[in-house]
Write a protein that binds this ligand. Structure first.
Ligand code: PGA
Length: 283
């Protein structure tokens, strides 16, 4: 059975102490609400800013080992399914190493315990001029380091209104996966994120999301075998996900998780989402 992914994208919202506090709160609550025998399929991925990756990794690790790092906050965590909580980054540079001032490599992230990397988020495409070609190179370096890329694609409102959604999605996917070969143990997550609903508090109709994920699926079929798509690629949804709408998305056949921005910045809201997933029979 494929995993259900719950990915917290903290963007550039938190100072280090705030990221530490939020991680502690989430991990402590996760420990309480996920009994050790259930929810093996749920994978929670915390994606802090680069500046907090080291601290958040230490917190996740301490939780694993049942070692308290601060004020007993993780005491008694034994038996919790902490292995379900993983670390992600929000970007990577596509070169291996070298004179690239200000950039961060996949090996540097891996060294800090990162397992997943968000790539091609619409905010990076918009503000940092990131192109499909860059995303493609970043996917390749990410996979080479045995990390899992979370590749974001999605249309603007204007593109949707001009009936360009299918075209935009198939082009973004085609370019992103060009020359990407997936070995048996390698995975890619594709996040469908309609740009016009990100951060608005108003998610798309799940049926619309399902239609877009079908386009993504069809495009993937041009590049990968059915077996690889089934076993190694997961499609998720992102854009104003909260505890009220989460299960409407997870009901959709092709949607295997969610990428959450705003609602992941509050441990209460994030835990409410986890509880909803937990009560969903699929998990
Ligand atoms: P949102 O952000 O949940 O705040 O809409 C999602 C994202 O940008 O990944």
């Amino acid at each position: 059975m494929k995993k259900t992914y719950l990915i917290a994208n903290w963007k550039m919202q938190l100072l280090n102490k705030e990221a530490e506090d939020l991680s502690f709160e989430i991990l402590n609550k996760v420990k309480k609400i996920i009994p050790s025998t259930r929810n093996k399929n749920l994978e929670i991925i915390l994606c802090p800013s680069f500046t907090s990756i080291n601290s958040v990794n230490k917190i996740i690790q301490s939780f694993f080992k049942n070692k308290s790092l601060s004020a007993g906050a993780v005491k008694g965590s034994q038996g919790a399914k902490a292995e379900q909580v993983k670390l992600g980054a929000q970007n990577v540079f596509y070169q291996k190493k070298g004179s690239y001032t200000g950039e961060i490599s996949a090996t540097q992230l891996k060294e800090l315990g990162v397992k997943y990397i968000i790539l091609g988020h619409s905010e990076r495409r918009k503000y940092l001029n990131e192109k499909d070609e860059d995303v493609n190179k970043k996917i390749i370096i990410t996979l080479k380091n045995n990390l899992i890329p979370i590749v974001c694609v999605g249309e603007t409102l204007e593109q949707r209104q001009n009936n360009k959604t299918d075209l935009v999605l198939s082009k973004q996917i085609s370019k992103a996966v060009e020359n990407v070969k997936l070995k048996n143990n390698q995975k890619i997550i594709i996040a469908y994120e309609p740009i016009w609903v990100i951060g608005t508090g108003q998610a798309v109709n799940p049926k619309q999301a399902e239609q877009s994920t079908q386009i993504i699926y069809k495009t993937l079929q041009k590049y990968f075998t059915e077996k690889i798509i089934k076993n190694n690629i997961s499609i998720i949804y992102g854009g104003s996900v909260d505890s009220e709408n989460i299960n409407n998305f997870l009901k959709m056949d092709l949607i295997q998780g969610v990428l959450v921005g705003n609602a992941s910045l509050s441990s209460e809201k994030f835990i409410k989402i986890i509880k909803k997933i937990k009560n969903n029979k699929r998990n």
